[in-house]
Design a protein around this ligand. Structure first.
Ligand SMILES: Nc1ncnc2c1ncn2[C@@H]1O[C@H](COP(=O)(O)OP(=O)(O)OP(=O)(O)O)[C@@H](O)[C@H]1O
Length: 307
């Protein structure tokens, strides 16, 4: 379990994060959602033992990270922003280097190369890998010492679609394996893929955690958003939903976009209606919603929301 208690931290005199508290348990994912510069990376630096807090403490399974860094840090795997791998070393040598740091044998390196589908690139310099494979290598490096807590800074940024899919599967697998997972993102729509798992979301704004809630609750509180639906009969779907009083329009490809006032309450009914009328629904997801608008909607309900 990871517990963050009232941490403040910054660079020089100025604290850029202030009084942040949250905790993440085994089999749970905690997502730190925030705009650029809101303090996500700074938070992660404190949580992983890179940047000392000016106030507060971080506990990894009850052990204070900053008082007993040796044993607590070993329990953490960190995927930093920008990956931080050696571009002039091969995939194998990158992992071997960090294996030596952790006093881990080469067998584990081979295991991870296989697990992350990096066999073809074993002897390729990390600098020549595509972004997706660089990310995989960095994630393999973060998992080298089999940490209990995984901290991933913007894991989905700069990835193509297959890269996002395989990384998402990997994260879900790690949650199922009982790891504590903490990741940051500024992409709201990424969250919907974590609906089936225990997921809590903290929204950070200008260095302060302004909202914290279960993902399900957060989604149900997000009102008046557009949902994209991919279907085989878009025109029929539009008519059916218009008859029910929805604001609906044709979207790109075989999709429609419908405006709902309560995501969790209305979307299941919409799908049922369409399917009952012979309209196949292939995909339903919120349209990209700017973080700011979600943020305004959610924080507009007041601070100190239910935890
Ligand atoms: N090394 C540093 N020295 C001084 N100020 C910094 C440093 N790193 C970050 N900051 C400042 O701290 C604030 C928070 O930055 P941080 O990188 O933690 O935010 P972030 O939410 O991770 O942003 P992004 O999504 O852009 O990575 C910003 O105002 C940033 O300019």
């Amino acid at each position: 379990m990871l517990t963050v208690e009232g941490i403040s931290a910054g660079y020089g005199e100025r604290d850029v994060i202030r009084d942040l508290s949250f905790s993440v348990k085994e089999n749970e994912v905690y997502v730190l959602l925030g705009a650029n510069g809101s303090g996500k990376t700074t938070t992660f630096r404190v949580v992983t033992g890179v940047l000392p807090p000016s106030k507060g403490r971080v506990l990894v399974n009850e052990v204070d990270l900053w008082l007993e860094p040796g044993s607590a840090k070993r329990k953490i795997g960190y995927l930093p922003e920008g990956e931080r791998i050696y571009p002039d070393l091969s995939v194998y040598r990158n992992l071997l280097f960090f294996a030596k740091v952790y006093d881990i044998n080469g067998g584990r390196v081979d295991e991870l190369i296989k697990e992350f589908g990096l066999e073809r690139y074993r002897n390729v310099n990390a600098g020549n890998l595509s972004r997706g494979f660089r990310k995989r290598l960095a994630l393999a490096r973060a998992l080298l010492h089999d940490p209990e807590v995984l901290v991933l800074d913007e894991p989905f940024s700069n990835l193509d679609v297959p890269g996002v899919l395989s990384l998402r599967d990997k994260i879900l697998e790690m949650i199922r394996m009982g790891k504590v997972v903490l990741f940051s993102t500024h992409i709201f729509t990424e969250l919907q893929h974590f609906e089936g798992v225990k997921c809590r979301v903290g929204i950070i704004n200008d260095g302060e955690l302004v909202v914290e809630d279960k993902l399900d609750n957060l989604l149900s509180r997000v009102s008046n958003i557009e949902i994209g639906i991919t279907t085989d009969k878009p025109e029929l779907a539009i008519n059916l939903l218009k008859n029910l009083g929805y604001e609906v329009r044709r979207d790109e490809g075989s999709g429609i976009a419908v405006r709902v006032s309560n995501y969790n309450a209305e979307v299941p009914g919409i799908i049922k209606t369409l399917v009952a009328e012979g309209v196949n629904v292939y995909q339903v997801k919120p349209k990209e919603t700017p973080l700011e608008s979600i943020f305004v909607k959610v924080s507009g309900e007041g601070r100190g929301l239910s935890k």
